[in-house]
Design a protein. Sequence first.
Length: 367
Amino acid sequence: MIIESAEIFLFELPLIKTYRTSFAEISQKRSILAKLSAAGMSGYGEGSTLPFPFYVPDYADTSFLVLKDFILPQIIGKNIENPAEICQLFSHIKGYSFAKTAVETAFWDLYSQQLQQPLWQLLGGTSNQVQVGGAIGIIKDEYKLLDEVALNVENGVPRVKLKIEPGWDIQPLEKVRQNFPDLPLLADANSAYSLKNLELLKTLDNFNLMMIEQPLAWDDIVDHAELQKQIKTPICLDESILSVEDARKAIKIGACQIINIKPGRVGGLTEAKKIHDLCKSQNIGVWCGGMLESSVGRFFNLAIATLDGYIYPADMSSSDHYFADDIVTNKYSAQGGIAKAPDFLSDFAVNEEKLKKYTVSSYQFSL
């Protein structure tokens, strides 16, 4: 199909409460929506990066510029038959995975509509049911932290993730374990430690964690391999894995036992599926992480998480858990630790009025 026009929107949704990790805190979520039009159809995709370069180098404003100046000119007027082809058109652009994801997922939406086949089935999903876990930011009030964990447990989530950082690691894990001894639990460090913290990281073995996510540098695999030799807790890599090649190298040197696949971080569903397939062949478990996506981004995450190699619960709490509002009419929701992958993005229905309300900047490119 020929891409006749493209629009990009830099938008910002208000959060219900501030979300804190080891590298920053946010009270509003800035993101990018791409809209592609072809053959009388419109497809939407989201590149849900962050408003600052603290997670990976890409961030929302620069991703918007890369889309405007480099990616959109590559695709307008092109006859594109499948998602792999659209990825090839901008494969020469280094980095900016979230910008690529916005366009790539918008094309997947078009492709699904053209074939009249649910996206989760197109990707090879085995069931449209996805297990969804809870994720809790850094809350340094112990009582509030325990209340938040209890709320997740009451809502039936199959596991809880706690954000940690130096100075706030042993204490919260100890408190949660004392109160919830059987709760499946993982810790996410977001690159806050180094091998200088080896003795402390060894201590985490005492808490019977499912995994520790990205404890060391965001671009490292070598030190993670050394750490994995010295701790029992499985290491899960996140920021370090930007492509299937990164995953292959990490697995080869024993840097991890688990990989968190975020479609936005790796450039879209095409690359995410390649990483899934590699990990499955190497007996490496995967799960789908989140980047505080709107319901649009959640749709694509849900679709890829239906593949059978995704053996751990996803990070995809309901829209209402984080956002005061959304850019769709039918907001994404999970119930009792289970979410259903919709057949088509139109099931959520992008609300153009709400999108306009929260848009900070926009740009249109057409034939």
